[in-house]
Design a protein around this ligand. Structure first.
Ligand code: KIV
Length: 262
């Protein structure tokens, strides 16, 4: 049985911290699952990290389901969370329920994630057996409304974000991602809620921490956000490997006998 919403609640009560990572494809999901990462998020960040879009806004339900299926097929122990893309849940409760259901029914996900204070929809999904991971603070689908990727919850905004967190917990969310907020607010929300908080740029006091896998592996071409820590430099390693292959081909040293049939 994969990690469940009950496990996460138990970990929170026991003060056990946990990691979450984004995964977008089958081999990465297998590696993360085997490494014991308990929660894999098929993030809509697939849009700007894998599919070459500028923002997360263009990614579609069909694209998200395609990646969610690949991740689900590569996972045995981890909980798989499908990230609902822009406009798949904002138009009406009915459309939100139908699209969320598709992540479980067609994508093999165990839960969905929604950005923003979608209190009514969270209640509707939770009461229909669709577990909801909420996501507040810096919500990338609202990049244009926020005027860019800006830290949220400074000064007077803090009380509003705390209120949103409490309302989402009350509505039935089983966990909540806190993105791009001051660490003091991350600590206050974490201390207030019974459900686990999962931080990304929300300081060290959250119950869990999430990173985008391409940031963690150092696959990105540009600058990394302040909160992202590259634990490897795979971009350089991949470049070295393919250049070594190209040199061997040009020199006629690949394939050698070992890699040829008689
Ligand atoms: O899509 C994503 O990668 C996310 C994380 C940043 C939480 O929503």
């Amino acid at each position: 049985m994969p990690v469940t919403v009950t496990d996460l609640r138990t970990w929170k009560a026991a003060g056990r911290r946990f990691p979450m990572l984004t995964a977008y494809d089958h081999p990465t999901a297998q590696i993360l699952d085997e490494a014991g990462i308990p929660v894999l998020l098929v993030g809509d960040s697939v849009a700007n990290n894998v599919l070459g879009y500028e923002t997360t806004l263009p990614v579609t339900m069909e694209e998200m389901l395609h990646h969610t299926r690949a991740v689900s097929r590569g996972t045995t122990n981890a909980m798989v969370v499908g990230d609902m893309p822009f406009l798949s849940y904002q138009v009406s409760i009915e459309e939100g329920i139908r699209n969320a259901g598709r992540f479980l029914k067609e994508g093999g996900a165990h839960a969905v994630k929604l950005e923003g204070a979608m209190v009514e929809l969270t209640e509707a999904l939770s009461s229909r057996g669709i577990p909801v991971m909420a996501h507040i603070g810096l919500t990338p689908q609202s990049v244009h409304a926020m005027g860019g990727y800006r830290v949220q919850g400074r000064g007077e905004q803090a009380a509003r974000i705390l209120d949103e967190a409490m309302a989402l917990e009350k509505a039935g969310a089983f966990s909540i991602v806190l993105e791009g907020i001051p660490m003091e607010l991350g600590r206050e929300i974490t201390a207030t809620l019974q459900i686990p908080t999962i931080g990304i740029g929300a300081g060290p006091h959250c119950d869990g921490q999430v990173l985008v896998i391409t940031d963690l592996l150092g696959l990105g071409a540009g600058r990394y956000p302040k909160f992202a820590k590259p634990y490897a430099n795979l971009r350089a390693q991949i470049s070295e490997a393919v250049q070594a292959f190209a040199r061997d081909v040009e020199a006629g040293t690949f394939p050698d006998e070992e890699h040829s049939y008689t």
